[in-house]
Design a protein around this ligand. Structure first.
Ligand code: MN
Length: 278
């Protein structure tokens, strides 16, 4: 299924250029800050699937162009992120970094409060350092797990979405540099794993205005999804609804007020983010 959140955090299923409202198929719907319905949906998706499919078959279609899309994930306990996971990106960062350990694969956290959605404004704070776009494929966790073995790891993936890991460059801790408000655009939709092709062969593109800055493919990940799930879950329990972004290909670069960022992830689609002075 291709799921979206829209308007007042209603749940929709995408069909072509239409959205079908399937909110009525949820046992509860509590939109707003702290809403847990999305996390429960992630946890209970397989049990809810028949009623979601029925609602999608019978529901009224409204044009996608007529709704306000929301982030494709809501209230995760954490946003995990793979660092230095594409060789060409590691190479482009090497001359910029004093701390060369940052070029090693690792997992860091971005604040969930940085999440925004398709068509939203990114309020860029006036700081001296460059702020860069990082176009990424992300996945959403569907099942709680700790010490997950690589060979079972894909069972924990509910589905996939697009994510821009917006990042201040410089010397501060990653969690600070990557957690400013608006620094975690997610969307435009969540494609469940059963309808998603090989996640390790997905085109990832990002334009700043009309300039194609990033044009990569997830086949170039240095550490693949099962290994990153095993690595992260050694340290921390993964919970349903958690977002895990898988690293960026090369081509990162600065963004500025007035820019429009367009992320296109194969099979997931396009979203645009508007950068404004905060
Ligand atoms: Mn990144």
């Amino acid at each position: 299924m291709r799921l979206v959140l829209f308007n007042d955090y209603r749940l929709g299923v995408l069909r072509g250029e239409d959205v079908i409202d399937v909110t009525s198929a949820l046992p509860n719907h509590d939109p707003g800050l702290g809403a847990s319905f999305f996390v429960r949906l992630c946890q209970d998706f397989e049990a809810l699937r028949p009623q979601l499919e029925q609602a999608a078959a019978n529901g009224k279609a409204v044009p996608l162009a007529g709704v306000k899309l929301r982030p494709a994930a809501l209230n995760p306990s954490k946003v995990l992120a793979a660092a230095s996971n594409y060789g060409a990106h590691v190479d482009e960062m090497r001359p910029r970094l004093r701390d060369q350990w940052l070029l090693n694969f690792g997992v860091f956290l971005k604040s969930p409060s940085a999440i925004i959605g398709p068509g939203d404004t990114l309020p860029l704070v006036d700081i001296e350092n460059e702020v860069h776009h990082e176009a990424e494929l992300a996945f959403i966790v569907g099942k709680q797990g700790k010490n997950i073995p690589e060979e079972r790891a894909m069972e924990y993936v509910l589905g996939y979405t697009g994510l821009i890991d917006v990042s201040v460059r410089g010397e501060a801790d990653r969690s600070y540099r990557k957690s400013f408000d608006g620094f975690c655009p997610i969307g435009p939709c969540l494609v469940t794993a059963d309808e998603f092709p090989d996640p390790h062969n997905i085109d990832i593109k990002l334009w700043v205005n009309d300039d194609l800055r990033q044009d990569g493919n997830s086949k170039d990940m240095l550490v693949q999804i099962p290994q990153m799930i095993a690595f992260a879950s050694q340290a921390m329990t993964l919970y349903p609804g958690d977002v895990f972004t898988t690293g960026t290909p090369d081509g990162v670069g600065p963004i500025a007020p007035g820019d429009t960022l367009t992320l296109e992830v194969q099979e997931i689609g396009r979203m645009q983010i508007f950068v404004k002075q905060a």
